[in-house]
Design a protein around this ligand. Structure first.
Ligand SMILES: [Zn+2]
Length: 219
């Protein structure tokens, strides 16, 4: 038990890949929803709640559906957005920045929300992507139980592969409900993670990105 508290409060990252069991998707979404519904009902009952109350009776189902179809849809590779790339016909060779992409994620140590913004920059080589595709990719990786460091790296690695270039930077500014509403209960602090590769290793390129970014405050 103590070990679990320790890992949670220190937000230790153990793996870049989201740790999954090999048979994670043998069951259908509907089977998972049915099972989670049973388990969550038990949790509510254990807390002493009266599940015959009209207001509570549908909660186990709503909870299960929300987990499988909404909050954690990004666990299933079948839900990964199709990112089609286009030839960089206009020969655009400078930096492209997509800012203030909403982050709606959950911390894997407490299953509480992580909310904030991602900011992504890249320098195109032969390929470019539709702008909204970056948002969709961020949304996909966010909708897993996450640690912010891993989220940032997963977005970076995917974009580097998709775009065929190392020249990508990802910044995530986010608030963790497990820090603001429990434990230390700090309402103001937020967390920034920065991951980059290729030309973003050059301070001047990195600074250009940060100059362009008009970071929204994390609320
Ligand atoms: Zn947490």
């Amino acid at each position: 038990m103590e070990k679990h508290d320790h890992i949670g409060d220190n937000h230790i990252l153990t793996n870049i890949k989201t740790p999954m069991v090999p048979n994670a998707f043998d069951k259908s979404d509907d089977e998972k929803i049915a099972n989670i519904q049973v388990h969550f009902k038990k949790i509510m009952e254990e807390l002493g709640l009266d599940l015959t109350d009209d207001s509570l009776s549908g909660t186990p189902y709503r909870f299960a559906k929300m987990y499988v179809k909404e909050l954690f849809y990004g666990l299933n590779p079948a839900n990964k957005p199709k990112i089609s790339t286009f030839e960089n016909k206009y020969g655009y060779q400078k930096m492209l920045v997509e800012q203030n992409i909403t982050i709606d994620s959950s911390c894997e140590h407490h299953f509480l929300p992580i909310t904030g913004y991602a900011h992504v920059g890249y320098i195109p080589k032969d390929k470019v992507v539709g702008l909204s595709k970056i948002n969709r990719l961020v949304d996909y990786y966010s909708h897993r139980p996450q640690v912010q460091e891993r989220l940032c790296i997963q977005i970076l690695k995917d974009l580097q592969e998709t775009l065929g270039t190392e020249d990508v930077i990802v910044v995530v500014n986010a608030k963790h409900l497990c820090v603001s509403s429990r434990g230390i209960k700090d309402k103001e602090s937020f967390t920034t993670t920065v991951e980059y590769g290729g030309r973003y290793n050059e301070a001047s390129i990195r600074n250009e990105f940060f100059k362009i970014c008009d970071f929204k405050n994390v609320e």
